[in-house]
Design a binder for this molecule. Structure first.
Ligand SMILES: [Fe+2]
Ligand SMILES: [Fe+2]
Length: 285
């Protein structure tokens, strides 16, 4: 049996007081952080999560992006320290960027995500097909980009071609995909408005769907747990995971545990409610 832990949307935060760092989108982000987000992103839970993670006997941890809130060096240092502690536990760490990691064009221009996580990334702007313990194929798909005001993501035509080519050439018999943005609408669980969606999501969905490969697509960004089969492509299932440190009445924090046993895959959502709790029953989709 192979145990995979999916965490996402950590949103490490640090308020900015230097006006020179607030002359871009970060001014709005910092205001939102000061008034709202810092009250419900409980980053002080990092220690208790690490203690739990050490006890889970995981084979790999997948991180779905939004490591930071406004993409500053101070936030990246917190995020990198956390990821280094995760890595010291032993199992490999795989990760992709979220839109908050590229919160400003400056964060992208300075390649902060790549430089703080250089040990765990190869070519973060290209789709990569790698193998996890248990020989489980993992496709890493970059979907984040900086925006002036919105939270939209993007996958380029070249990235779609590269994804299709990887699937054709390597012909995996099953697939786990790690990305930041969902590709399916799931209005019963989350409302992903047009300014928050992945542009070209349909094209990525089609590439994965027509491949015919049994695929579990892991996303974050919507900060809620969901687990649903694509109504059009029966080989495609999407799972979205809670924001790790969130504490909102309608949006608790948590992560997801995925167990692979031969061809079977079982999913258990965890949530934080006065402590880390695993769902008593696996999620069915
Ligand atoms: Fe997020
Ligand atoms: Fe996001």
């Amino acid at each position: 049996m192979t145990r995979i832990i999916h965490i996402t949307d950590l949103h490490f935060w640090r308020l900015v007081w230097n006006p020179a760092l607030l002359c871009n989108k970060r001014l709005l982000g910092n205001l939102n952080l000061a008034l709202r987000r810092r009250h419900y992103v409980r980053q002080e839970r990092a220690e208790s999560f690490l203690a739990l993670y050490r006890s889970l006997d995981a084979d790999a941890v997948l991180i779905g992006g939004d490591m930071t809130t406004t993409g500053t060096n101070a936030e990246y240092k917190l995020a990198a320290a956390f990821v280094n502690e995760l890595a010291q536990v032993g199992p490999p760490v795989f990760m992709v960027a979220g839109n908050h990691d590229l919160y400003t064009f400056e964060a992208q221009r300075k390649h902060r995500f790549e430089s703080y996580f250089s040990d765990r990334l190869q070519e973060p702007e290209k789709p990569q097909l790698t193998y996890m313990p248990g020989d489980i194929p993992l496709l890493l798909v970059p979907t984040a980009k900086p925006n002036l005001l919105s939270s939209r993501g993007a996958i380029t035509g070249a990235q779609l071609v590269a994804t299709r080519r990887l699937l054709e050439e390597r012909a995996p018999d099953r697939l786990l995909v790690l990305a930041h943005y969902p590709i399916l609408d799931n209005p019963a669980v989350y409302n992903n408005g047009v300014l928050r969606r992945l542009g070209n999501a349909e094209a990525l969905r089609r590439v994965l769907g027509v491949s015919g490969c049994p695929t579990l697509y892991l996303a974050g960004h919507v900060h809620r747990f969901s687990h649903a089969r694509d109504p059009r492509f029966q080989n495609l299932t999407q799972l979205t995971t809670r924001a790790l440190f969130y504490e909102k009445d309608d949006c608790p924090g948590g992560f997801t545990e995925i167990l692979f046993d031969k061809d079977a895959c079982t999913v258990y959502p965890w949530r934080y409610c006065d402590g880390w709790e695993r769902a008593s029953e696996p999620s069915a989709c």
